[in-house]
Design a protein around this ligand. Structure first.
Ligand SMILES: Nc1ncnc2c1ncn2[C@@H]1O[C@H](COP(=O)(O)OP(=O)(O)OP(=O)(O)O)[C@@H](O)[C@H]1O
Length: 285
């Protein structure tokens, strides 16, 4: 892509932080989703964000995208307050169903990743076309570049979304549950693509997932959110019965079977609807 490859050295933690949170908190009305969060994410780092439903993983992504303000503390992304539509941030959303008759082709979706950011003069058509082709190629989606996205399988569509997110050669890749409803084979394909990118380009990765195992061998560090609290550290430091029991305030067991991990006995996030003063009855933005 446009920038020369930012090859990673052994110490993938080197370099100034691209994301910095200091004593950060995020609330909806009176409900504090998380607080006291101190975190630096460095170029090329793979940070897995784990936690039960409602623990605030997506809210963190929204804050990083500049879509949600912190209620306390500070957040800088690439040295400044995050703002919407930054081309330095690639975003891979959750799988969403697309209508079969959607006429947008895979290459159109990727092109949106480039044009969608541009407020000033548009890049030249030929430049855009070759960038789109490069992005599709890099994620193995070139064979179905001209197929309407509504006809693609979940795994194929997710490749195209990654291509879209990478089309501007972002310095940070935010992935919000990109593995949902993918089978293990496609989960591996998605995580390997993301991992290859951070290794070749030094892209920092924030990877929100419910499923620990697909990212276990890749994550440098884990941010585990639960019950308004959090733990940050290497997978070996955070994913232990002692650390998670302390976080949940009750006995939780981290069970290892061969190279897989299961968290057993973790209570669901308890959400009191009375703590959602922003919401009209039954609604959610
Ligand atoms: N716009 C909003 N207004 C009020 N409350 C909200 C809003 N968005 C999220 N919440 C609440 O904030 C909490 C955290 O939500 P968030 O979506 O960040 O959690 P999550 O960890 O991503 O959950 P999941 O794993 O289910 O996607 C939840 O209790 C949710 O209901």
């Amino acid at each position: 892509m446009r920038h020369p490859a930012r090859a990673l050295t052994e110490d993938c933690g080197a370099g100034a932080a691209v994301i910095s949170l200091r004593d950060a908190a995020l609330s909806y009305g009176e409900r504090v989703v998380w607080s006291g969060l101190d975190l630096d994410v460095r170029p090329g780092e793979f940070l897995a964000v784990l936690g039960p439903n409602g623990s605030g993983k997506t809210s963190l992504v929204r804050a990083l995208l500049g879509q949600r303000q912190l209620s306390a503390g500070t957040l800088t992304v690439l040295g400044r307050t995050p703002r919407k539509g930054s081309r330095h941030i690639g975003y891979i959303p959750q799988q969403t169903a697309l209508p079969v008759h959607a006429t947008l082709r895979a290459r159109d979706l990727v092109r949106l990743g480039i044009d969608g950011h541009v407020f000033g003069p548009r890049p030249r058509t030929r430049t855009v076309r070759s960038r789109v082709n490069e992005a599709l190629q890099s994620v193995g989606a070139a064979p179905y570049a001209d197929v309407p996205v509504g006809l693609l399988s979940g795994g194929e569509r997710q490749r195209v979304r990654i291509g879209q997110a990478l089309a501007t050669d972002p310095r940070i890749l935010l992935c919000d549950e990109p593995l949902l409803s993918l089978d293990p084979h496609h989960q591996r394909a998605v995580t390997e693509l993301v991992d290859a990118r951070r290794r070749s380009h030094g892209t920092a990765v924030v990877f929100v997932t419910h499923e620990i195992n697909p990212v276990l061998g890749l994550a440098d560090r884990v941010l585990y959110l639960a019950r308004g609290g959090h733990r940050v550290g290497t997978p070996g430091e955070v994913l232990t019965s002692a650390a998670l029991s302390q976080l949940y305030g009750t006995q939780v067991d981290v069970v290892r079977v061969r190279d897989r991990i299961m968290v057993v006995g973790a209570p669901d996030e308890v959400v009191d609807p009375a703590h959602h003063p922003e919401l009209p009855d039954g609604a959610r933005s």
